[in-house]
Design a protein around this ligand. Structure first.
Ligand code: ADP
Length: 260
């Protein structure tokens, strides 16, 4: 990957701007700073290596050189999209899942922010915001995808098993640039459906552990255990607990696991 060929590959997508780095601390940090300044809608920061990549709560996200895709896409939401911003993580997850399907890989979405192949984490999404008073001025969608086997961190640093596109395909993976193009194209198509049930329904279809017992842990509270039923229209998760009651889990620092 390099800036010149990326510009060429992505030219048809009409991005707002493009900044490519061989190595960077975190693409989200760069994108947040750009978004707080003059970045246009659909500006993209991409790097071949992240030395300070992060997941939620500053957990580390590994992006070793030449092995993964790490990008951050800046969105400036239009007025009609504003009531639906909690759907953004689903929009990103669906776009990644679509790009996997192009290569015969059936991805599942581990709510709220991870993409699984064969039950293992292959990609993660981190959404951060730039505020202007009480309004969201911009969203930054950070994405990390393990393309080559060498992107997968050692098991001892993982709380959830991980894999890569290369491992799941069992052969040399497609070029990172091509995968990125597919994700961004899917993103632009899905964004047209941001305000409709189509997006929520497609997202729900791809939820990992649907119909299974899961536990959801949130911020030191006792875990919620129940059958994973589906999504609310804002993208919140719906479970059925042991008392046959519906329990809605909103976004935040939650982590979902199968119980068995
Ligand atoms: P989760 O959604 O599982 O709570 P985060 O979104 O916070 O996780 O992502 C950070 C976590 O992901 C790290 O603590 C680490 O366990 C795991 N991780 C870090 N880098 C990778 C990677 N390249 N592939 C898969 N998992 C990773």
């Amino acid at each position: 990957m390099n800036g010149h060929s990326l510009n060429k590959t992505l030219s048809n997508l009409n991005l707002g701007g493009l900044r490519y780095f061989d190595s960077i601390g975190s693409t989200n940090d760069e994108a947040l700073a750009w978004a707080a300044g003059d970045a246009k809608d659909l500006s993209l920061v991409i790097a071949d290596e992240q030395t300070q990549g992060r997941g939620r709560l500053n957990r580390k996200w590994f992006t070793p050189k030449g092995s993964a895709i790490a990008f951050s896409l800046i969105l400036r939401p239009s007025a009609p999209l504003r009531p639906h911003l909690t759907r953004t993580v689903g929009l990103a997850a669906l776009s990644i899942a679509d790009s996997c399907l192009k290569h015969g890989l059936a991805a599942r979405i581990k709510w709220p922010n991870d993409i699984l192949l064969n039950g293992k984490k292959t990609a993660g999404i981190l959404i951060e915001m730039v505020w202007s008073g009480a309004d969201v001025e911009a969203l930054v969608i950070g994405v990390g995808i393990n393309v080559h086997k060498t992107a997968v961190p050692p098991a001892e640093v993982l709380q959830f098993p991980a894999t890569s596109i290369e491992h799941e395909l069992g052969r040399e993976p497609p070029e990172c640039e091509g995968i990125l193009f597919d994700i961004l194209s899917a993103f632009l198509s899905w964004r047209e459906h941001m305000c409709t049930d189509k997006l929520i329904n497609a997202w729900e279809e791809l939820l990992a552990f649907r119909g299974k017992q899961v536990q959801v842990c949130a911020g030191g509270r006792a875990p919620v255990i129940g059958e994973l039923l589906g999504l609310e229209s804002d993208g919140s998760l719906r479970l059925r607990n042991a008392h046959d009651e519906s329990v809605i889990i909103r976004f935040g620092d939650v982590s979902l696991r199968p119980t068995a």
